[in-house]
Structure formats: C-alpha cells, structure tokens
Design a protein around this ligand. Structure first.
Ligand SMILES: Cc1cc2nc3c(=O)[nH]c(=O)nc-3n(C[C@H](O)[C@H](O)[C@H](O)COP(=O)(O)O)c2cc1C
Length: 174
C-alpha cells in the first residue's frame, strides 16, 4: 500500500537522512540503486523538486541520461541496512545486479518507470527538468582539492540533475 504524502512535510526526515545515505534509483538497461549523501528538496519554476549530484564515472549517470527519471528512497526508521549501504554505496551496476545482491524488493512506481524499494519506504518519483555539469574551475580551491583532485575522484566532476517530484508516498507493507 502507498500512503500519499507531501514531500515537504518530510523535509526534516529527508535532510537528516542524507548525510548517512539515501538511495537514488534508476531503470535504464536494468534497475540500479546507488547511495547518495548530497542532494536537496526545493522549488524551481514553480515546481517541487529534488536535486541530485552524480559523478561522471557512475553507472547511474548513464542510466539517468538515458531515461530522464529517477526515484529517491529514504529510510524512515534509522539508517540503510549495512547490506544495502555496502552494495549500493561501493559497488557499480556495471558489475553487479544490485536488486539481487542487496535483496531489494521493488515496488512499481505510479507516474514513471523507475520502481521504489519496499525496504526503504519514503519514495519520491522524479522527472529530470534540467541538468548541469559542474565547472571545476569555478569551484573553490579547497573544495576542488578535497573532492576532485585525489585518486579515482581526480577530475571526476558531478552533474546536477534537478528532478520534478511528480509523486511522493510511503510504501507500507507488501
Ligand atoms: C554515504 C555515501 C554517499 C555518497 N554520495 C554520492 C553522491 O552524492 N554522488 C555520487 O556520485 N556518488 C555518491 N556516492 C558513491 C556511490 O554511491 C558509489 O560510487 C556507487 O557504487 C555508484 O554506483 P553505480 O556505479 O551503480 O552508479 C556515495 C557513497 C556513499 C557511501
């Protein structure tokens, strides 16, 4: 069962959960889910939105660019399970089927083709309104050094995707 909500009524829950990790789900060649720690609720052009930041190297980026839609899944009681966090936050959909590896139970979406996840119940269905690549030269030096200069992250900038929230609910039960 889906309990319909107003996303902004859950702004505190979503914002507090973010630094610990929530899920960004896509469904291009297959369903895939990745942990994100950055993002925000907001409004642009009079529409409620959720914005995510995705590095160029992510399998998720390929899927997002193909479908132009995503779902956000937020744990309501506590954090993501260790299994979901490990699989979705460190492994790539290029190499693994995360639905199987993290034992996720998918729930069909209402307005888009990207499912939500029963085990991670607060769900935002989003259609991409706008995307923008970060310009590394415009990022403050200290931030660029920390996030875009080391190891495999070197030069691996983020693209911001602003998603219009077209449906919001909590998945209850099976
Ligand atoms: C707590 C946490 C927060 C993360 N936040 C982001 C993020 O906001 N953007 C991003 O591109 N990667 C982020 N990552 C890294 C991805 O989750 C990770 O690289 C994932 O394996 C990518 O999966 P994919 O290749 O299937 O897209 C985060 C990882 C963790 C553990």
């Amino acid at each position: 069962m889906k309990e319909r909500i107003h996303a902004f009524d859950y702004a505190a829950e979503i914002t507090k959960a973010l630094p610990e990790g929530i899920l960004l789900n896509t469904n291009g060649d297959k369903f895939n889910s990745m942990v994100i720690g950055w993002g925000h609720l907001g409004v642009i052009w009079g529409m409620p939105t959720f914005t995510v930041y995705v590095r160029q190297s992510r399998y998720t980026k390929k899927q997002l660019d193909k479908t132009g839609e995503f779902t956000i899944s937020v744990p309501l009681a506590g954090k993501l399970s260790q299994e979901v966090f490990q699989v979705c936050g460190t492994q790539s959909g290029r190499d693994v089927d995360k639905e199987k590896a993290a034992c996720l139970t998918l729930a069909d979406a209402e307005q888009i083709h990207t499912p939500g996840i029963q085990e991670v119940p607060l769900t935002l269905e989003c259609k991409v309104l706008y995307r923008q690549d970060q310009v590394l030269a415009d990022i403050p030096d200290a931030v660029r050094q920390r996030y875009y200069s080391r190891g495999t992250d070197a030069g691996d900038h983020h693209t911001a995707y602003i998603g219009q929230i077209v449906s919001a609910y909590i998945i209850r039960g099976a």
